[in-house]
Ligand binder design. Structure first.
Ligand code: SF4
Length: 297
């Protein structure tokens, strides 16, 4: 187990026994972080799309949609609660990390001068703010669902195959901008409170590749490159057999612009399933019902 994670777990166990301590200074800082989060989430702010380390890991098509002001899918009212939980989790974890015997440093603003990198892209720099540094490496904090905790944050292979939000690129750009080594992700399961630390195992070449790819996206946005979907829809399967329906894959399912991108898209329970609570999927095409019934039998 990662040494710092072991220290966090030991600290939380000591807190369970009533034997931990947390300084007033750390508590005040966590309070201020949470106040700032409430301001960010609930005081309206003018939002203008800008290429940033935190969004450049997303597919170019999503960025193009956002830059063009395409309509986002409506969010459930609970969205604000979920994102504010995430901010609260970050403030709590930082307070815990600051209270453990860990080489911990608060995050900082980073700026990547594109001109200096020889990227002729029309904007001067990419800026963002890192969450924290441990052992002088760049780390990020992510609160996550139980599914993401198990499938994305428990091993690096999982992160690579489910990185729909571009966490790898974000960390690589932060490392590049802060001139520090990449560290990894502190992940907190919002449902259980479990904490994991996933080390970013990318090589220096892979980090550089992320940075180069990000510059290519910035250039494409600046040049108003014509929109092209980065993904196709996929055949739906049921008990390993194709149903004839077509559905969105993982990246498109998480995309805010899916309804703008796929005309006639429907979010509905799997028609072929007779389960009491069938899975809900995004359908780009649904076969005639009688054909589906035939395939089911
Ligand atoms: S729905 Fe898929 S293809 Fe369309 S913009 Fe989003 S990620 Fe790209």
């Amino acid at each position: 187990m990662n040494e710092n994670l072991a220290k966090v777990i030991a600290y939380l166990e000591s807190a369970n026994r009533g034997e931990s301590s947390m300084s007033e200074e750390v508590i005040e800082k966590a309070g201020e972080d949470f106040k700032q989060a409430l301001r960010k989430q609930f005081q309206s702010q003018d939002y203008e799309f800008k290429a940033r380390p935190s969004n450049l890991g997303r597919p170019l098509c999503q960025l193009q949609m956002e830059a063009a002001g395409a309509r986002k899918a409506d969010k459930n009212y609970s969205f604000k609660m979920i994102v504010t939980f995430g901010d609260a989790v970050e403030a709590i974890l930082k307070a815990v990390l600051s209270s453990c015997d860990i080489n911990y440093e608060e995050g900082s603003k980073v700026s990547i001068s594109l001109a200096k990198q020889g990227a002729d892209v029309g904007i001067e720099d990419l800026s963002g703010e890192t969450d924290l540094y441990t052992d002088d490496r760049v780390d990020d904090i992510k609160s996550c669902s139980p599914w993401a905790y198990r499938n994305k944050f428990l091993n690096f292979k999982g992160m690579k195959s489910h990185d729909t939000f571009g966490y790898l690129t974000q960390l690589h750009l932060y490392a590049f901008g802060s001139k520090k080594e990449v560290g990894g992700w502190w992940a907190v399961n919002k449902s259980s409170g479990e904490v994991a630390y996933l080390e970013d195992e990318s090589s220096d070449e892979e980090v550089q590749q992320s940075v180069d790819d990000a510059f290519v996206k910035v250039k494409a946005l600046e040049d108003n490159k014509p929109f092209e979907r980065c993904f196709e829809d996929e055949p739906e399967t049921f008990r390993k057999k194709e149903t004839g329906n077509r559905i969105l894959g993982e990246a498109c399912s998480w995309c805010d612009f899916k309804f703008s991108c796929w005309e006639g898209l429907e979010y509905k329970p799997q028609p072929i399933s007779s389960a009491r609570e069938p899975r809900w999927l995004y359908y780009t095409h649904t076969e005639d019902k009688s054909n589906v019934e035939e395939k089911k039998s």
